[in-house]
Design a protein around this ligand. Sequence first.
Ligand code: NAP
Length: 360
Amino acid sequence: MTVHNVIIIGSGPAGYTAAIYLGRAGLHPVLVTGALAPGGQLVNTTEVENFPGFPDGILGPDLMDAMRAQAERFGTEFIHEDVTSIEVVDGGVASDGTIKRVTLESDDVLDARAVIVATGSSYRKLGVPGEEEYSGRGVSYCATCDGFFFKDKPIVVVGGGDSAFEEALYLTRFGSSVTLIHRRDSFRASAIMVERARANDKLTLLTDTVVTAIHGGNASTGASDALNPVGGITLNAGNAAGISLKLGNALGGVTLPAAAPAAGSVTSIDIRNTVTGETGTLDTAAVFVAIGHSPATAFTGDVVRKDDDGYILVDGASTRTSTPGIFAAGDCVDRTYRQAISAAGMGCRAALDAQAYLTD
Ligand code: NAP
């Protein structure tokens, strides 16, 4: 069986950058992209304005296509599957006498002298009743994928970070209204995003509010739900960030869906004010959840050490994990910066660390 030099797991900026470096070093990396959406989170993004080298911005999918093409140019082999496990077996091909064995969803097995884990993170869920049930039927984690389906309908976005603001701003192209719901009264999102949101007439910021349930139904229950306005919830109009809430738009004047929702799709959500405890209902055809991500590292089992939240632990500023010959880079390690450019930088470091390990 072939023993590869390096298997890179993950096709975001970290994985592709590692592949570019290892390819240029003549190490013929194999990159396992993931079965569903190669390219990582940026594939679900619109304009990326802060990746150096693109003064006019670049679309996330275009940036990832370019990274992939660059990795391909230097001889990277791509495998479009998910990885189910990694194990370390005795084999004598690496300097420490081990082989890293990567098992794919298809049960195919790949052996390598070194592995770079760059699997990023996956969408965090709200964990409220109705979320799973209506996932794909009004509940979505990707505005660019699903926004179009909610043309002229009221839309809710949950979250207070850059992703939520980016999604909310994007969704104003489609929805009759967009309400961004955030559990606190100040935002993690960058000031420029918040300013843009405040300047957008279609967008309402609803702070100190959580979603407690998501409801749906067929056309008739949808209509009756839609006629049930919010039950007198008092919302926090003054907040630390100085955001002015348009309460009339947010709750009193909820727009009914332009068309009756399809059977079994989202019609409304239950909300609760986290300060006053008051509850209410908000009619909406869609709930876009943008509340961050969890590291996609479950498949690593206990082959590398992780923290309590599943982020892979690395040795200082290096990308070396607790297991020699296994390296980790990008959002599956980094809970702080989580930027495309910082992930790419870490992918570069992982490639150089892997190279040093292989030539030891
Ligand atoms: P994030 O910055 O971690 O923000 C997650 C938001 O969701 C926070 O506001 C958080 O509330 C909220 N949240 C978390 N769990 C929740 C729950 N169970 N219920 C309700 N709300 C919950 O994540 P992100 O927005 O995905 O951004 C991740 C990173 O990517 C950031 O570094 C961001 O700057 C970057 N990013 C950049 C761009 C860009 O520059 N164009 C675009 C997207 C993302 P709390 O604030 O109360 O914790």
